[in-house]
Design a protein around this ligand. Structure first.
Ligand SMILES: Cc1ncc(COP(=O)(O)O)c(C=O)c1O
Length: 406
């Protein structure tokens, strides 16, 4: 920009990088909310699928690259095309997909065992807009079939439920959805595509809180949806209107995290299985929820549906431990841990714990908690990358120190 312009004009001069800089190993962070065009026609064409980026709420290179990478992980073994879209959070992906796929007068059949905010979104907000919701025991395919009506727009579940780790029988639910000519929408946050890929089992839409395992480092918030192109177009249209797109910086971090997802997830799952078995043996423990345990509802299903590596079947990396003694014992157990950190969220490299009834599931009344199989004393462990022996020793010590033993 030449000296003929005034100071303010020069200060805001376009900082376009026209140099040839070679091919960067990583997609740079496109920190631009808006993109420049040579002329009005180019700009206008970009708004009708002209293949150019125009405005970051609509699409952005970092979000697209991240979502395409997740779509490749979720759908890479399918013989059909699937697309992905990035969102500002897991809840942004979930709420946008639900709004895109329902309308006033529609009906949803949903699992009773859902993440608290998803439960509330369905139970309160969507009802306000005339969507009727039935919460059912998702492990009972007959109950799901009985709940479906002609106006059912979708069946909604989580691959692994939060925090009781119930395993959804995805092929059975997909069969119910197909018979009823409706959609199966699956939040697969707790599984990640390294444990299970719901599209391979007949699901129509897969949603993730990318904040968790996909990003994996507790440093970025985001969500992602993956589905066949026509469904993804509907979801994208709603996203553009609602506005919850994934920001470029977050997309960059989530995309970087994705590169180590298989390594992290395999190790975290193996540690979780070891941790669950050790917890079950302690006399202060009333119940352990993890599908690796032969007595767990999802043990056999997980062996059928989930991936296995050299370390064995991947049963997920969240373990819920309920000590004897109710709510007080649960909070005392969580507070007594030194290695695991009390914090929201899950799926990061550090082990994180939360007392479910007072935190993640606080929106659910006691009755709904019980129906979802969550005890008032349940403590959810998101197992990280620490040495298994250290994690186990810390938890056993905290259990030893509980006043109530059985
Ligand atoms: C299973 C599940 N789905 C969705 C969400 C929401 O994700 P976010 O916090 O990224 O909006 C969470 C968050 O904890 C979750 O556990």
């Amino acid at each position: 920009m030449t000296q003929r312009y005034g100071e303010h004009t020069r200060a805001v001069g376009l900082s376009r990088d026209d140099r040839s800089v070679g091919v960067p190993m990583r997609i740079p962070v496109y920190r631009a909310s808006t993109y420049a065009f040579e002329n009005s026609q180019e700009y206008a064409e970009s708004l009708y699928g002209g293949g150019r980026y125009s405005y970051a709420r609509i699409d952005s290179p970092n979000s697209d690259a991240f979502a395409a990478a997740v779509a490749a992980l979720e759908g890479g073994r399918l013989d059909r095309e699937v697309h992905g879209q990035g969102f500002a959070s897991g809840m942004a992906a979930i709420s946008t997909a639900l709004l895109a796929l329902t309308r006033a007068g529609a009906h949803v059949v949903a699992s009773r065992a859902l993440y608290g905010n998803t439960y509330k979104l369905l139970d309160v907000l969507l009802r306000r807009f005339g969507v009727d919701v039935d919460f059912v025991d998702i492990t009972d395919a007959a109950a799901v079939r009985a709940a479906v009506r002609p106006e059912t727009a979708l069946v909604y579940t989580e691959t692994l439920s939060n925090p009781s780790m119930l395993v959804s029988d995805l092929p059975a639910l997909a069969a119910v959805a197909r018979e009823a000519d409706t959609l199966l929408v699956v939040d697969s946050t707790f599984a990640s595509p390294v444990v299970c890929r719901p599209l391979e089992h007949g699901a129509d839409v897969v949603l993730h809180s990318a904040t968790k395992y996909l990003g994996g480092h507790s440093d970025a918030t985001g969500g992602v949806a993956v589905a066949r192109p026509d469904l993804m177009d509907r979801i994208r249209e709603a996203r553009v209107d609602l506005g919850p797109h994934l920001a470029a910086d977050e997309a960059f971090l989530l995309h970087r995290g994705l590169e180590t997802l298989p390594l992290r997830m395999a190790r975290q799952c193996a540690t979780a299985a070891e941790f669950a078995a050790a917890m079950l043996r302690h006399p202060a423990v009333a119940r352990v929820d993890h599908p690796s345990l032969p007595g767990h509802q999802g043990h056999e299903l997980a062996r059928k549906l989930f991936d296995a590596g050299p370390e064995g079947t991947r049963y997920g990396a969240v373990v819920t431990v309920t000590p004897h003694g109710g709510r007080d014992a649960g909070t005392a157990f969580a507070d007594g841990l030194r290695l695991a950190t009390i914090a929201p969220s899950l799926g990061g490299t550090h082990t994180i714990v939360s007392h479910a009834a007072s935190t993640t599931h606080r929106q659910m009344p006691d009755e709904a908690l019980r129906a979802a199989g969550i005890e008032p004393g349940a403590v959810r462990f998101s197992i990280g990358l620490e040495d298994p022996a250290d994690l186990i020793a810390d938890a056993l010590r905290a259990l030893d120190e509980l006043p109530v033993k059985e």
